[in-house]
Design a protein around this ligand. Structure first.
Ligand code: NAD
Ligand code: UD1
Length: 338
């Protein structure tokens, strides 16, 4: 079975590509490399001993996508491509709407034209907006709190409308909680450009000595130690969820939606402690003001994915930090300079 992976050079996609190739799928990658490097594709090929067909295409370029579909005729698409930084989306909403919405619209039109109607979509826990009841299951109310989140919610709504109009589509919407960690080899991992916005990549840069200290955004939350609690999930567990989702699509389920999380929350301070253990160094930190828009606690109810996909996360927070550190220490400059 041939899978087109959009955004296939990125962080989550590169780990998914490893699992797809190991499971015997053929992988075609489309990426404009705006937030990634072709080196990740080469590393996945090296890790698996298998080839990836790569197209450097921007999803805004519908003709180029059309020509690629005509040539490759994929059986299904995993759609990772998109911009994902919340702060940047508040500053440049038009850029986010154009890239994420128009890009996805182009993809869906081309898929429909070539009758490729099997899709796995990368959604996010951000579509749940602010929730007070934990854990969050798939029935919780949906809302957006920033332009990035709005693009995820709008794409989900588009997919629900498309399915309603034509139920020959099979669509799996996957709502990720907080992916961290890296492949156990240390060959692929998260390679953020500039100063990281997210906690674990920031801790990793402090551990390697590139940044001075972690800024803990608030210690007066309604959580056991006062710092924010999130549902961190190992990126390899997340990748394996995509394999299960593709298997599900082959049963023609229609449109299905799953949380991919562990169901367990960890605080910022717990994460720092765990990372210290993994890297054998002290991670300096200071307590700063809360980051606007953050909430105290977010964690998933992942039981639907377990019941219907036969998937559950098995890697704990210690392994997430150990694997993150292996990637960071082996590749202090990420893929740059390769
Ligand atoms: P990433 O930035 O590493 O990967 C996204 C890839 O898409 C990049 O390689 C980028 O170059 C590519 N891309 C962006 N716009 C494109 C376009 N117009 N045409 C072609 N390629 C384009 O991000 P990631 O962390 O691997 O995230 C993958 C997906 O998962 C995204 O849709 C993201 O919103 C979603 N997601 C991520 C997280 C997270 O914390 N990492 C959480 C929830 C959801
Ligand atoms: C962020 C995004 C969310 C996205 C998710 C995916 C924001 C506001 N939200 O969520 O849309 O779906 O990533 O993983 O960006 N923290 C610090 N110091 C830091 C960075 C973070 O203390 O330097 C804290 C935060 O306050 C939070 C926790 O660490 O409590 C996790 O933060 P982060 O990694 O940015 O993820 P989220 O905010 O959960």
């Amino acid at each position: 079975m041939k899978i087109l992976v959009t955004g296939g050079a990125g962080y989550i996609a590169s780990h998914t590509n490893v699992e797809l190739l190991n499971a015997g799928y053929e992988v075609v990658v489309l990426d404009n490399l705006c937030n990634s490097s072709e080196e990740s594709i080469r590393r996945v090929e090296k890790l698996t001993g298998k080839k990836i067909t790569f197209y450097k295409i921007d999803m805004i370029d519908k003709e180029a996508m059309d020509a690629m579909f005509k040539k490759e005729k994929p059986d299904a698409v995993i759609h990772f491509a998109g911009l994902k930084a919340v702060g940047e989306s508040c500053e440049y909403p038009l850029m986010y709407f154009n890239n994420n919405l128009i890009g996805t619209l182009n993809l869906l039109s081309v898929m429909d034209k070539y009758a490729v109607r099997k899709l796995v979509f990368s959604s996010s826990a951000t579509v749940y907006g602010f929730q007070t009841k934990m854990p969050i299951n798939e029935e919780a109310s949906l809302s957006a709190t920033n332009p990035y989140g709005r693009t995820k919610l709008m794409i989900e709504d588009m997919l629900r409308d498309i399915y309603k109009a034509d139920n020959s589509w099979d669509i799996a919407i996957l709502r990720y909680f907080n992916p961290i960690g890296a492949h156990i080899s240390g060959e692929i991992g998260e390679d953020p450009k500039g100063i990281p916005n997210n906690l674990v990549p920031y801790i990793a840069k402090v551990a390697i000595g590139e940044l001075e200290k972690v800024h803990v955004f608030g210690n007066d939350y309604n959580t056991p130690d006062g710092t924010g609690v999130r549902d961190y999930i190992h990126v390899v567990d997340l990748a394996l969820g995509h394999i299960k989702a593709i298997e599900k699509l082959n049963e023609n389920p229609g449109l299905v939606t799953y949380n991919l999380g562990t169901g367990q929350g960890y605080s910022v301070l717990e994460l720092i402690k765990s990372y210290e253990k993994a890297c054998g160094k002290t991670i300096p930190y200071v307590i700063d003001a809360r980051r606007p828009g953050d909430c105290d606690m977010v964690y998933s109810d992942p039981s639907k994915a377990k019941a219907e996909l036969g998937w559950e996360a098995t890697r704990g927070v210690e392994q997430m930090c150990e694997d993150s550190w292996r990637w960071q220490s082996k590749n202090p400059n990420g893929y740059r300079g390769c």
